[in-house]
Design a protein around this ligand. Structure first.
Ligand code: CTP
Ligand code: MG
Length: 231
């Protein structure tokens, strides 16, 4: 099977409160979206990338990579899951095989390390289902009651935070997303659609600094990381 990458980049970034969607903010030399694409464009195993973009996106054409022939566009959707589904349909229409692997990675996750990507590819190479990068919960976890007081302390040892990339077979993932969305199931990542379809995705421990840029303070942290890695 071949390997493809899908980058959902059609969000508006409302929690970031910036003058443009967060994937188009600059960190160092490049935008966040370009940082997120880096690992995949350089990787010898990956055949191509599909980026889901809002149909009124004025920023994409200004990026150098918008002319890259390894990158195709898909229309963004209402929610992240719709944007991913549209990208999978583009892959299917353009001849990718049902059993090909697809790695879905957030446009807003610009600090993916090559070692993590390689570990995901090697651990899942013979896996029947696929899986995702994830990080074991670090903090003590509290369950809140309606009154804003602690109801219980959860068993942290079985809790993981779901990161991306998430890697599944093209056709199985496309069907899982389509069917889960059709019945109104809340699909927050690819793994949740796969779980809904009855599969048990494998958790692969990744680096904690592969964070999603969500709020304004995350930019400070990211600029700091970038300057550290260049030093
Ligand atoms: N995304 C997408 N299509 C959507 C919504 C989100 O492609 N309809 C993408 C975002 O561009 C981002 C990723 O999914 O790369 C993760 O979503 P999130 O962090 O929630 O980004 P936004 O939805 O843009 O931010 P917010 O929820 O704060 O508005
Ligand atoms: Mg969102």
């Amino acid at each position: 099977p071949s390997f493809w990458c899908v980058i959902p980049a059609a969000g508006v970034g409302s929690r970031m409160q910036a003058d443009r969607p967060k994937q188009y903010l600059r960190v160092g030399e490049k935008t966040i979206l370009e940082h997120s694409l880096d690992c995949f464009l350089d990787h010898p195993k990956l055949l191509g990338v599909v980026v889901s973009l809002s149909e009124t996106d004025p920023y994409w054409p200004h990026l150098a990579c918008s002319h890259d022939r390894r990158i195709r566009r898909a229309p963004g959707g209402l929610e992240r899951a719709h944007s991913v589904l549209n990208a999978l349909l583009v892959l299917e229409y353009s001849g990718a095989a049902a059993e090909d692997w697809v790695l879905v990675h957030d446009a807003a996750r610009p600090n993916l390390a090559r070692v993590d990507l390689d570990r995901l590819l090697s651990v899942l190479a013979d896996d029947p289902v696929g899986g995702l990068l994830a990080v074991p919960a670090r903090d003590t976890l509290k369950q809140a009651g309606a009154d804003g007081r602690v109801e219980a302390t959860l068993d942290r040892s079985v809790i993981w935070q779901a990161y991306t990339p998430q890697m599944f077979r093209l056709k199985v993932l496309r069907q899982a997303l389509q069917q889960a969305l059709a019945v109104g199931y809340l699909v927050t990542d690819e793994a949740s659609a796969m779980e809904w379809a009855g599969f048990a995705p494998r958790l692969i421990e990744g680096r904690a600094d592969n964070l999603k840029v969500t709020r304004p303070e995350d930019l400070l942290w990211l600029s700091h990381l970038q300057s550290c890695s260049q030093a």
